[in-house]
Design a protein around this ligand. Structure first.
Ligand code: NAD
Ligand code: DAU
Length: 344
């Protein structure tokens, strides 16, 4: 298959002020000198313009604060772009357990608005839909292939599964140029400190306890964010329309072991680790078979050992970045207060 060309194009990146979207923009600007990027991001609690600070004031990107559910705004933007990378979503599983509403509205309905805009914009050459490995649900052994049934278990994962299949349906029904990617757990710099690794790193730095769910035996496949972004870019260039591509590192670790590594890297005591009531419907293990993307030439470059060290170092060197979020964000505090109150 002929590779799709990215340089010289204008692309839309939804959710570009979030963790993965912002790292993707950084990669793309570094790789393609003639690329132009329009970022559409609502700047929800998880979005943060500070996250693009290290990208600088590059004239090749334009930031639009807006909602992917705003049909008119989205239609207007689609007139000016040749490709779309759709990252925007509500992403935190615990929040979806507390209140699933925004997940259905953003992840499913928001994706629907974008796909409808795609239907009306035949000049758009391709649309990359960023899904997740959580759509498959949990498995104790073996690895999920792209053709396996989806069996999501949290409201977040179910919303993502709805969007994933909607993107597929728009390809089948209307022949739209959709490529779907399903990455595993990402980690790296600039991740919002409600997610496991940045929460544990920053809590440990503050001398606060590390709330480990259940017995800490759940397993995640940790993928360094830059490896993921290279995978997404490759799927955009070489992936087949209507197909899904797993992106995983095959670097599986139990939560308890990750927590221990974090305290060790920071020179803190293991006593900071506190077992707390388990997450409701907690998936035990995610694991992906990634042969399909590897066949296109993708490989991870960063092992979990090296990536975790780099990540911890980044949080140590960028305290102002996460302290602003943790200390000044009323939302952060009120969410956790409500969550733990309900589970006592
Ligand atoms: P994030 O929570 O860090 O960022 C999400 C971004 O989307 C934020 O900037 C937010 O402001 C924006 N957003 C939310 N609702 C919006 C709306 N209605 N309109 C416009 N913008 C909106 O998320 P992330 O971790 O960077 O994840 C990005 C994508 O990758 C998501 O689709 C997520 O489901 C998927 N994913 C994430 C992981 C992971 O480990 N983080 C793994 C697999 C897949
Ligand atoms: O697998 C991909 C998914 O990874 C993405 O689609 C999601 O957007 C992303 O949030 C992530 O979901 P997880 O639920 O796996 O990630 P989280 O960081 O919330 O939790 C990772 C593991 O750590 C999980 O087993 C729950 C556990 N955990 C998490 C938190 C926040 C704890 O033990 N304590 C905690 O405080």
């Amino acid at each position: 298959m002929k590779e799709r060309v990215l340089d010289g194009k204008t692309i839309l990146v939804t959710g570009g002020a979030g963790f993965i979207g912002s790292r993707f923009i950084r990669l793309m600007l570094g790789r393609y000198p003639k690329l132009r990027i329009i970022i559409l991001d609502a700047l929800t609690y998880a979005g943060n313009l500070d996250i693009l600070r290290d990208v600088g004031c590059d004239p090749r990107y334009e930031f639009i604060r807006g909602d992917i559910r705003d049909k008119k705004l989205v239609a207007g933007i689609f007139e000016h772009v040749q490709a779309v990378f759709h990252f925007a979503a509500e992403t935190h599983v615990d929040r979806s357990i507390v209140d699933a509403g925004e997940f259905v509205l953003t992840d499913v309905f928001g994706s629907f608005i974008l796909l409808e805009a795609l239907r009306r914009a035949p000049h758009v050459e391709f649309f990359v839909h960023v899904s997740t490995d959580e759509v498959y649900g949990s498995r104790d052994e073996g690895f999920f292939k792209e053709t396996d049934a989806l069996n999501p278990s949290s409201p977040y994962a179910a919303s993502k599964a709805g969007a994933d299949r909607l993107a597929y349906a728009y390809h089948v029904t209307y022949g739209l140029p959709v490529v779907i990617v399903r990455p595993s757990n990402n980690y790296g710099s600039h991740q919002y400190p409600e997610k496991f690794i940045p929460l544990f790193v920053t809590n440990a730095m503050e001398g606060r306890s590390l709330p480990l769910y259940g017995k800490g035996l759940n397993v995640r496949d940790w993928l360094f964010v830059e490896d993921n972004c290279r995978g997404i870019e490759l799927a955009a260039r070489c992936g087949a329309f209507g197909e899904a591509y797993n992106i995983g590192a095959n670097d599986e670790h139990r939560n308890i072991d990750v927590a221990k590594r974090i305290v060790k890297l920071l020179g803190k005591s293991k006593d900071l680790i506190k077992f707390v009531p388990d997450r409701l419907g907690h998936d035990r293990r995610y694991a992906l078979n990634c042969r399909k993307l590897r066949a296109l030439g993708w490989r991870t470059e960063v092992s979990f050992e090296a990536g975790l060290e780099r990540t911890v170092q980044w949080y140590v060197e960028n305290e102002d970045w996460w302290r602003k979020i943790k200390e000044r964000s009323a939302d952060f505090k009120s969410f956790y207060a409500a969550y733990y109150k309900d589970r006592k």
